[in-house]
Design a protein around this ligand. Structure first.
Ligand SMILES: [Zn+2]
Length: 340
């Protein structure tokens, strides 16, 4: 079985995102938001059948761990009230996709984060999504200010109430920024990769996993600059008299395979222990085109994995076993959804 641990609902029916624009405009005018638009089951079906499901079938993957559009989370917009209403609406749509396609999608929620507001505020929505919807994880934005990094680093006690709930529910967090509103950063080209790299370093310089030995983070996009600069991070940890990174971080930190060329995948698999790598493509997402050098979509990451010199057992861990281990509720949820 091939589990893609990183997919977003980038094809949601148009009125859903249109409402978000109206909601933020109303908030700016000091008015209540308009009522939520109706979204029919047929519209959801069409958006998936012609989008993510089609690509799953074409590329030969089985299941996507599916979350709301990441750049659309927009935690820098509005306030805690607008974030809550938006997260609720986005997560509900994910639930409806998973209900219509229970063999192909399992849900992960976005959190109603707001810059400068305690992450404690996210606990109720996380619990609702995990316990009522059967979601198996969440996306945690390490920078709700959208490129200005105004909240404390991930190792700070500021985040602890949320971590306590993640541990209690046995769900991991994918550390995933949203859109950059700082013009110095391109959202998917620099802010995403900066976010991944910064989050790893925040973990490295903290005692987070000493305090939460079972907390699990997935750092997406191949870990940003982390695998490429592994020697730098090992050296910094050594200078700081920290344990080796394998002990210090790798029981808790995992990387996905959203790296869009073969040499990058080769490096990831060479540097990072295989137990810490989860298959993912982030389709349909950051890069939508076809690589003229290969003739295939950049984000068809399975093609690169197939070229790696891995044993069938190693490949099975990367495609399936690691995801089932890191997403502690996944196997039980799949059984409940009647597939696999
Ligand atoms: Zn993503």
């Amino acid at each position: 079985m091939i589990i893609d641990c990183h997919g977003h609902y980038t094809t949601s029916p148009r009125q859903h995102e249109a409402w978000r624009t109206e909601q933020i405009a109303a908030h700016a005018d000091g008015k209540p938001p308009p009522p939520r638009p109706a979204v029919s089951d047929d519209e959801i079906r069409a958006s998936i059948v012609n989008g993510q499901l089609k690509l799953q079938q074409e590329r030969g993957t089985d299941l996507t761990i599916f979350s709301p559009r990441a750049a659309g989370m927009g935690h820098h917009l509005g306030d805690a009230t607008t974030s809550e209403a938006w997260a609720t609406a986005c997560n509900e749509l994910i639930h409806r996709v998973c209900t219509q396609f229970p063999r192909n999608f399992v849900g992960v929620c976005m959190l109603p984060q707001t810059a400068g507001v305690s992450p404690r505020n996210c606990i109720a929505e996380l619990e609702r999504c995990v316990l009522q919807y059967g979601f198996v994880g969440c996306n945690l934005n390490p920078d709700p200010s959208g490129g200005f990094w105004q909240d404390p680093p991930l190792g700070d006690r500021y985040w602890y109430p949320l971590y306590e709930k993640l541990v209690e529910l046995d769900v991991p967090a994918m550390i995933h920024v949203s859109a950059a509103c700082n013009p110095a950063f391109h959202t998917t080209g620099s802010h995403y990769l900066n976010g991944d790299t910064a989050a790893f370093m925040q973990c490295l310089t903290s005692d987070l996993f000493k305090n939460f030995p079972t907390l699990k983070f997935i750092i997406p996009h191949g870990g940003g600059a982390v695998p490429y600069h592994w020697g730098r991070f090992r050296g910094i940890a050594q200078d700081m008299k920290l344990p080796p990174l394998t002990e210090h971080l790798l029981n808790n930190v995992f990387f996905d395979t959203c790296v869009y060329h073969l040499p990058g995948q080769e490096l990831l698999a060479k540097v990072i222990p295989l137990d810490n790598i989860l298959f993912a493509s982030e389709m349909i997402g950051a890069v939508r085109g076809i690589d003229p050098e290969t003739g295939h979509h950049y984000d068809d990451t399975k093609r690169y994995i197939e070229e790696l010199p891995l044993s069938p057992g190693d490949k099975a861990r990367l495609y399936e076993g690691n995801a089932r281990r890191v997403y502690g509720r996944l196997s039980a949820q799949l059984a409940k959804q009647g597939g696999h």
